[in-house]
Design a binder for this molecule. Sequence first.
Ligand code: UGA
Length: 440
Amino acid sequence: MKIIVLGSGYVGLVTGVCFADKGHKVYSLDINAEKVKKINSGKSPIFEPGLEELLKKNLENGNFKASLSNDFYFKNISTDISFICVPTPSREDGSIDLKFIEKAAEDLAKYVKKIKDYHVVTVKSTVVPSTTDKTVLSILKKSGKKIGEDFGLCMNPEFLREGSAVGDFLHPDKIVLGSYDDRSASILEKVYESWSKNIPRIKTNLRTAEMIKYAQNSFLATKISFINEIANMCRKMGIDAKQVSYAVGLDNRINPQFLNFGVGFGGSCFPKDVKALIAASEKSGFEPKLLKSVIHVNEKQPLEALKMAENIEGKTVSILGLAFKPNTDDIREAPSIKLIQELKKHNVTIQAYDPQATENMKTLFPDINYTESPLDALKNSDICFVMTEWEEIKNLKPEDFLNSMRNPVIIDGRRAFNPEAKKKAGIDYKAIGYGTYEED
Ligand code: UGA
């Protein structure tokens, strides 16, 4: 099939490259000329395992091509379906900002007006319920063309995790196919025809598809804030939360995933999506008290790490891990940002290390010391905060801390280490969720 993907960001690029790899002909559009050039030269603008290899392969076999949006629309190339994969940022009050969605819909309205064949517009970006059937549809109708006859409309949310997005796209747990009518649905279904027949296809209306995405992300965020709250209690009560979360996760009704406690969830999705759902719900007349608490707990969680450090005034502090999670260079809403902001109030010298996210962090904090290795970050520091559980960081031995730091104090925000091993070696080890009777 011939497919347009609007937006060559994280979701758009993965979507476009994976569709191309499944044999579709993909036109990946973006408004940023430099990005388009980079993509067409086989370089991925984002760090995502496996993506660059697939990009190169599909550029070579001609299934994938990036274009500047205006250049593409000018050519009047007919296609079967388009996927809107543009960002949906938060406004100051947490509600969703639809300006990029509206612009994409306006471009597609002009496109639909020009082409002769039936075309299905699909929203893949995460949008609050009623965005597709109200906002997007009303803009598309301005083309003068008729929904159902000239064009169709679908909503097809993504459930990609950064760091495993390619695998998630090609082997999903489910495919949610929200559609305006059967004709639109049949085209979207055809796009996913070559995915395994064992993957459940959930056919819904447009609003339900939009809500599934929010409900899912909100539930996962709730699970994290829940276990973080339990972990905070455990530390105060002299209990190791690791055993608690492990045992609780063994109940089939709960499952072990997303029960890792720590400094809180970050990234471009959970914080933004939960806030957007709260705002949309309040607008509809319902106050979601549980979700508000999920955000509240999460915003305070990085500070739990700071609370464990006694007297940081004027000290040299090392931070291991800056990205919001391992295997990504993404620092959006990373708990490390809140920690650094707080530390800066205490006249500390910061030495930070991350295998991928340093360049991004430099744009926010150009004035802290970034190091090339974890050992350089630890050198002569008084306190070490572990903020992201990269394998490289988890593999550090007690000697690495003992030989590099002044009087090693580790504050483990991700339970990257075995407490006993570090304590046995004479390190003052503290961690979120790690309480012991001795501290009573
Ligand atoms: C998340 C969802 O997992 C994807 O399914 C969804 O498609 C995506 O958002 C999105 O909406 O686009 P992602 O933001 O890449 O994916 O990251 P996750 O792996 O879900 O982690 C999110 C945050 O939660 C990270 O900061 C991570 O450290 C934290 N986390 C995760 C915990 O603190 N504990 C856990 O047990 C799991």
